[in-house]
Design a protein around this ligand. Sequence first.
Ligand SMILES: Nc1ncnc2c1ncn2[C@@H]1O[C@H](COP(=O)(O)OP(=O)(O)O)[C@@H](O)[C@H]1O
Ligand SMILES: [Mg+2]
Length: 220
Amino acid sequence: MTSLLKANNLSKSYALENQTINVLKDISLSIKAAEFVAIMGKSGSGKSTLISILAGLDTTDFGQVFLDDKELTCLTEDELAVIRQTDISFVFQSFHLIPTLTVAENIGFPLKLSGSFSDEKVNSLLQKVELSHRKNSFPHQLSGGEKQRTAIARALITQPKILFADEPTGNLDEKNAQSIMQLLIDLQQEFKTALVVVTHDDSIAQLADRTIRIINGKIA
Ligand SMILES: Nc1ncnc2c1ncn2[C@@H]1O[C@H](COP(=O)(O)OP(=O)(O)O)[C@@H](O)[C@H]1O
Ligand SMILES: [Mg+2]
């Protein structure tokens, strides 16, 4: 199968006082449509930097990222914003819900942005993440697991081609972590979305089609 997302020779460094930290060193990889890839590596090895660049949330110093045939690394901020409303979604460890919006409003927010809001789609996602009974709650009224289920529904409502998740269970206890991972996997299969998950958890990585290990900014 041809690749959905392709990264060529990514390099990124940060200047800190009188030294330079080379965070990513010539990383190339590709991810197929509907593939589930785990990214593992020690804290500080560059995992978050890598997936932020792959998702168009951060810029690279060198190299390119392509989604299908479109080069993301040469798009403007506005063009990237459109891609994030249609093809790419992201789930964060710390949820990033909008505190002033209800669960249903958070989930429907990407559709509002792109002018394609539909109550039916919101209700369908609410059901899939088993939060119909909390649709009118605000984020501060939810448990960690419920917050992450809301974030996952919001990420998938646009039917993205690829979903990135940066330690999505990092703020959850073990029981919630397992059910969130199972939900992510069930929904990525149902939606046929590619899923890229940064994780420290070997049991999660074992569920993936493939694991990419980052050591000191390089693929092991
Ligand atoms: N904005 C930044 N400025 C300076 N250094 C950064 C910045 N973001 C990340 N780093 C450094 O880059 C390295 C990799 O960070 P990160 O990608 O967050 O690693 P990981 O997600 O694997 O823990 C770390 O040494 C971190 O301190
Ligand atoms: Mg990280």
